[in-house]
Design a protein around this ligand. Structure first.
Ligand SMILES: NC(=O)c1ccc[n+]([C@@H]2O[C@H](COP(=O)([O-])OP(=O)(O)OC[C@H]3O[C@@H](n4cnc5c(N)ncnc54)[C@H](OP(=O)(O)O)[C@@H]3O)[C@@H](O)[C@H]2O)c1
Length: 253
């Protein structure tokens, strides 16, 4: 159990990548905090982890609301006393070029991806600093490192997460806090499933997702969870400010 009794808060863990990360960390003995707005899904993820002998906690929170984030952190302190690991995973993709996107859609993508990462980090990092150790893992995307068609706001927001990761690493690494970033390529989660189902040519878009890669198949949530575990493990103390692509070679192509 490589994360035994570490307290790990994972945003957007009622589904998809966050759920896989929460389950992986719990398997390594972490006390995980499942965060999302959907009570039913959050309780279900927590129940599964509890059923496997873990000690999880579900907190219903909208991570774009500062009041919700403050209350969430207070609840975690009341229950576990501290936080050791934060995974800023909650995110949202809305399609469109800059001509097509409304200001409201643009702001929503930035709030969900960038502001949420700022807010959770802003309220959690002081706790990590008190104990002079901890790991923050920000989830960006392949879209944060290259241009993708019809994804103007998403590419810009995910690139901002790459920049924010480096800035946070510069500010806090000397105090024992490591801040790293994962850029996943397409992984079949509910987010991607919805994009495929709503597309005018579902088979075509799925082929397009695969054609961007060097690997014969798309990745799985479990593979992103393994990358997150690497960054979370205290023994990887020399790793900070790193941007790791887990994208089937999409960036190399
Ligand atoms: N799947 C991919 O191919 C892929 C590739 C690259 C990057 N990513 C990134 O990976 C992250 C997870 O994506 P996913 O594919 O796992 O998506 P997903 O299945 O749609 O899950 C998104 C999660 O975010 C939570 N969430 C959304 N808005 C929220 C809010 N305002 N407050 C709190 N939680 C909120 C959702 O929970 P509730 O509905 O309960 O609020 C859900 O748990 C995102 O940042 C995404 O951009 C995904």
């Amino acid at each position: 159990m490589r994360l035994k009794d570490q307290v790990a808060l994972i945003t957007g863990s009622t589904s998809g990548l966050g759920e896989a990360i929460a389950k992986r960390f719990a398997h390594e003995g972490a006390k995980v905090i499942i965060v999302g707005r959907n009570q039913e899904r959050g309780e279900a993820v927590a129940a599964t982890i509890r059923g496997q002998g873990g000690d999880p906690m579900f907190v219903s929170a909208d991570v774009t609301s500062e009041q919700n984030v403050k209350t969430m952190v207070d609840k975690v302190i009341n229950r576990f006393g501290t936080i050791d690991i934060v995974v800023n995973n909650a995110g949202l993709v809305l399609p469109g070029s800059v001509i097509e996107m409304t200001l409201e859609q643009w702001n929503k993508v930035f709030q969900m991806n960038v502001t949420s990462t700022y807010l959770v980090s802003h309220h959690a990092i002081p706790l990590l600093l008190k104990q002079k150790r901890g790991s923050i893992i920000n989830i960006s995307s392949e879209a944060g490192l290259k241009g993708l068609k019809n994804r103007s706001a998403y590419c810009a927001a995910k690139a901002a997460i790459v920049g924010l990761t480096k800035a946070m690493a510069v500010d806090h690494s000397s105090k024992g806090i490591r801040i790293n970033c994962i850029c996943p390529g397409t992984i079949k989660t509910p987010m991607i499933q919805e994009i495929i189902e709503n597309h005018e040519d579902p088979d075509g878009i799925e082929k397009e997702f695969l054609n961007r890669r060097l690997t014969p198949e798309l990745g799985t949530p479990g593979e992103i969870a393994e990358a997150a575990l690497y960054f979370a493990l205290p023994e990887n103390r020399y790793v900070t400010g790193a941007i790791l692509s887990v994208d089937g070679g999409a960036l190399a192509k």
